[in-house]
Design a protein around this ligand. Structure first.
Ligand code: C5P
Length: 230
């Protein structure tokens, strides 16, 4: 018989602060594809678990929170985020972007039960005309059959500086040294965990954006994507 063709996936993986979010939005505009911000799902899980007063190490309870996440991504009309994130009907767009929420996300992301719980939810984003999936394990685990896999990275110092400027723009009170330390700790946790560690897929195109203006990063990635997606 005839086989159904699944919508194509473009996987954008890499460490925190490499510019995946900006690249994802840029590609979404150029292709009209759907977007999955998988990091937001881990951030939401950590955030909701804290709201519920759970220990983040309590895997079964945190996994239950992940499975039951009541979340909506609403395209934003204005502001610095492309989507407003509604958790249980409450706008948590900014609350899940704090450095603490990132640390909590990477803590719950190391739990296999949590990763399994978020697996189906991530698959559901694969819809026509295609999907841009932003994360750590999009090309290695969740969408192994992605048509294009990009691993976008940059030095920890440059990523800390970019994050510093982002948070400053949101009037958040941060120190560059503390951010660098936090990014290095998060890299170590994401890279050394047993399940779905952060690493490029064998068939990924690796792009180091250190010292590259954002425009140049966009063009380098579009050069790869436009060869296969029309
Ligand atoms: O990308 P973002 O910084 O929002 O992700 C927050 C954390 O969620 C990461 O540091 C990582 O630990 C976890 N994560 C993950 N797998 C993904 C996306 C995010 O483990 N696909």
């Amino acid at each position: 018989g005839t086989s159904m063709t699944e919508p194509v996936v473009i996987a954008i993986d890499g460490p925190s602060g490499a510019g995946k979010g900006a690249v994802t939005q840029h590609l979404a505009q150029r292709t009209g594809f759907q977007v999955l911000d998988s990091g937001a799902l881990y951030r939401l899980t950590g955030f909701a678990a804290r709201l519920d007063g759970l220990e983040l190490s309590d895997a079964p309870s945190v996994a239950a929170v992940a499975r039951g996440l009541n979340v909506r991504f609403v395209p934003a009309q204005s502001g610095h985020e492309p989507f407003e994130v509604m958790l249980r009907g409450v706008d948590v767009t900014d609350s899940i972007r704090t450095d603490q929420a990132g640390v909590d996300a990477s803590t719950v992301a190391a739990l296999p039960m949590v990763r399994a719980a978020l697996g189906d939810r991530q698959q559901a984003f694969r819809q026509a005309p295609g999907l841009i999936a932003d994360g750590r394990d999009m090309g290695t685990v969740v969408f192994k059959d992605a048509l294009v896999k990009i691993f976008l990275t940059a030095s920890a110092e440059i990523r800390a500086e970019r994050r510093y400027n982002q948070l400053k723009n949101k009037d958040m009170d941060v120190s560059l040294a503390a951010l660098l330390e936090s990014i290095q700790a998060r890299d170590a946790r994401d890279s050394n965990r047993a399940v779905a560690p952060l690493k490029p897929a064998e068939d990924a195109v690796v792009i180091d954006s250190s010292g590259m203006p954002l425009e140049a990063v966009h063009e380098a990635i579009w050069a790869v994507v436009s060869k296969v997606v029309t």
